[in-house]
Design a protein around this ligand. Structure first.
Ligand SMILES: Cc1cc2nc3c(=O)[nH]c(=O)nc-3n(C[C@H](O)[C@H](O)[C@H](O)COP(=O)(O)O)c2cc1C
Length: 300
């Protein structure tokens, strides 16, 4: 009943662990698969080890969570065993990659493919690292260049993770489509800041970070809706999914699957099972027989 497909990947259910949420250790990803995730996205990995930004890097705010981890990771050369462990979960593993140049994106994606991932997610949307992430995903030409170069170098599906921190998200999605991208994830965190008014200074070590959680869901849903309306790209919805109802909104906007990020902190690692069960209950109550009947229904 909950089976879905995204970019040729067959998922038993539409819940997917979002990138970076449980750090960069394969056993945490494997646990999510055992707790019902339909697929897993790894932490974004780059060419070289990075320490990331100074603490605090993640804080709870009343609107959700703010993070500026700064793409801390062990570097692609050290990541093979983590992919192997994640794959023991038995569900598709999507390797998230970032780079400071087109060449770095290509080289990390190629190694990620060698490690056996089922697809690549290009992080074109991190809001808190200068010349990586959103530096690429806010310009049509750079987006096209990265996607095209990676598409020419790997044979697994390539998914671009986009930011809504751009003037024209649909134009960026169309650039992905021109570069023959297999699909997109929308959206990453939104650029945000929290100020400690007693100290008179930003709380995050990096000052500016990205906002996650329920408050960004309406932005994510609108982004998915527009991309689905204006392109033929398969889309994974992301941003603020904590319940089955949230997931159904994304599916109705046209997403084929939904990624879950900080919801894991709020409802525990069994959130994947819980959201799947809630989607199923909604389907039974409303006479939907398969997810296909729900996907895109709000497009009219
Ligand atoms: C602590 C933390 C680390 C993250 N690291 C990454 C990352 O490495 N790559 C990436 O593409 N997104 C990263 N994200 C963004 C999430 O994958 C997701 O897009 C975002 O949190 C919105 O979804 P949510 O509201 O369900 O959390 C991170 C988010 C958080 C909170």
């Amino acid at each position: 009943m909950l089976e879905t497909e995204i970019c040729g990947l067959k998922l038993d259910n539409p819940t997917v662990l979002a990138s970076g949420i449980l750090g960069n250790v394969g056993s945490s990803l494997r646990r999510c698969a055992r707790q019902g995730a339909g697929a897993l996205v790894t932490k974004s990995i780059g060419k070289h080890e990075r320490q990331g930004h100074k603490n605090p890097t993640v804080i709870r705010v009343k609107e959700g969570y703010l993070n500026a981890v700064g793409l801390a990771n062990q570097g692609i050369a050290e990541f093979g065993c983590e992919v192997a462990t994640a794959k023991e979960g038995g569900v598709p593993v999507i390797g998230s990659v970032f780079g400071f140049s087109v060449r770095e994106f290509v080289s990390v994606a190629a190694t990620m493919e060698d490690y056996g991932v089922d697809a690549i997610e290009l992080n074109l949307s991190c809001p808190n690292v200068g010349k990586a992430g959103a530096f690429f995903g806010t310009g049509e030409e750079l987006t096209y260049e990265v996607v095209k170069a990676v598409k020419d170098s790997v044979s697994v599906p390539v998914i671009a993770k986009l930011t809504a921190n751009t003037g024209d998200l649909v134009a960026i999605a169309k650039a992905c489509e021109r570069a023959e991208c297999d699909g997109v994830t929308a959206i990453n965190t939104l650029k945000a800041m929290k100020i400690d008014i007693k100290a008179g200074m930003p709380i995050l070590g990096h000052k500016i970070g990205g906002l996650s959680g329920p408050s960004i869901k309406p932005v994510g849903v609108a982004s998915v809706y527009e991309i689905v309306k204006e392109t033929d790209l398969p889309v994974m919805g992301c941003g603020g999914v904590t319940t089955g109802e949230d997931a159904i909104e994304y599916l109705m906007a046209g997403a084929s699957a939904v990624q879950i990020g900080v919801g894991v902190a709020d409802r525990g690692i069994s959130i994947f099972k819980k959201v799947s069960r809630e989607i199923e209950e909604f389907m039974v109550e409303n006479n939907y027989k398969s997810l296909k009947e729900i996907i895109g229904v709000a497009q009219g």
